[in-house]
Design a protein around this ligand. Structure first.
Ligand SMILES: O=C(CO)COP(=O)(O)O
Length: 253
């Protein structure tokens, strides 16, 4: 079984986590051992914890990723972190284009695409986030938004190995709301068809995660949807028990 045909359950800690949170990471890493071969597991802690996290997890099945990277390899960009720096920490994944960055840091599709390309150049797996706002859903624009974001945020060099798509409806993040099963099925089928047509040979196996209010209570229903290849989990990844419960459900299906 190739890595990309297994589900990926990823946790995005966002701007949460001090060194004391490394205990949570240790617990998650211990739990990951039971899911080897069933589901891949990833935690993306804040940049301040990256190096310690990769050291702690080096002999475990838990992978570590960053939450963002700059598009350039180095230079006069105070406060920024390059993809090469992320890789140098021992991390293997990086999230790019999260809706919070698109919103608060005004990141465009072009910026997101260049960050994903930088991640690829540094041999990192890029998790490219896309998703419609509540207003876009209300006006029936969801699939058009996904088409545009896929076309302009995913670089040409994307493969099933170096890229993961994360569909996160903006209005579902941190709200307890999720789209209906039918709406998620429609969105994921649409993204799959788009990826297959643009990336023949890779689009079929490129993982498409669902994110937005994923919890242990809805994980089974979400994972049962065709073309949902895992989850990007925010709030519920901050507690080891909650995250392990979600990963256990994905690993059992
Ligand atoms: O934004 C998210 C993950 O990147 C989802 O966050 P929640 O799981 O807290 O809704």
């Amino acid at each position: 079984m190739t890595p990309e045909t297994k589900p990926l359950v990823a946790g995005n800690w966002k701007m949460n986590g001090l060194r004391s949170s490394l205990d949570t990471l240790k617990t998650i890493a211990s739990g990951a051992a039971a899911l080897v071969g069933k589901t891949d597991m990833l935690i993306c802690p804040p940049a301040t914890l990256l190096r310690e996290a990769t050291s702690l997890c080096s002999r475990t099945a838990l992978r570590i990723g960053a939450q963002d990277c700059h598009s350039l390899p180095s230079g006069a960009h105070t406060g920024e972190i390059s993809a090469a720096m992320v890789a140098d920490c021992g991390a293997t994944f990086v999230i790019v284009g999260h809706s919070e960055r698109r919103d608060f840091q005004s990141e465009t599709d072009a910026i997101v695409r260049s960050k994903a390309a930088a991640a690829h150049a540094a041999r990192l797996v890029a998790i490219v986030c896309i998703g419609e706002t509540g207003a876009e859903r209300q006006s029936g624009e969801t699939l058009n938004v996904l088409k545009r974001q896929l076309a302009h945020s995913v670089p040409d060099g994307a493969t099933a190995t170096n890229t993961v798509i994360a569909y996160e409806p903006v209005w579902a993040i941190g709200t307890g709301l999720t789209p209906t099963t039918d709406d998620i099925r429609e969105a994921h089928a649409f993204m799959r068809a788009d990826l297959v047509s643009r990336f023949p040979g890779n689009g079929t196996n490129m993982r498409i995660l669902y994110g937005g209010s994923v919890k242990a209570s809805n994980a089974a229903e979400l994972m049962a949807i065709v073309n949902v290849d895992g989850a990007l989990v925010g709030g519920a990844s901050l507690k080891a028990d909650d995250f392990l419960a979600i990963a256990g459900i994905y690993g059992s299906l």
